[in-house]
Design a protein around this ligand. Structure first.
Ligand code: ZN
Length: 133
């Protein structure tokens, strides 16, 4: 079995078609299946696009509102990069109104991921076509 590795541009085009047709795709794996189908490999060929690469392309395409579902992770784990898109996380301090306590949050300016002390580990992604696209 040989692999066909499409360019980022081709993947983005296929992604665009898939999102316009379905509006919402409820998992990364499903999105991968739909995009692969759209990219139509030749007979005997497999389309090679990993879920992670596809997610990165989707985030950078500006076509997607990404809904990130998470579970609680280890509070002692240090996150240097965004677990969703690998951008640098921004450290944000929030003052709570009542106690004047400071909470530290990390946010990603690219994909909208955020986490507090209890780390949020992404478990599922839902891809919505961005409004106005
Ligand atoms: Zn991110």
């Amino acid at each position: 079995m040989s692999y066909y590795i499409p360019s980022g541009e081709k993947i983005e085009k296929a992604l665009n078609k898939v999102l316009k047709r379905f509006r919402t795709v409820s998992s990364q794996h499903r999105l991968q299946q739909l995009v692969k189908k759209e990219l139509k490999a030749k007979k005997g060929e497999q389309v090679g696009v990993s879920e992670t690469r596809l997610r990165h392309i989707a985030i950078n395409s500006g076509l997607v509102d990404l809904e990130i579902h998470t579970r609680e992770g280890d509070p002692n784990k240090i996150l240097a990069r965004c677990p969703v898109c690998e951008s640098s996380l921004k450290r944000v301090k929030n003052l709570t109104i009542w106690g004047g306590q400071v909470t530290i949050e990390f946010t990603c300016p690219i994909c909208g991921y955020w986490t507090g002390k209890k780390k949020r580990i992404p478990t599922r992604y839902i891809f919505h076509l961005k409004k106005g696209k």
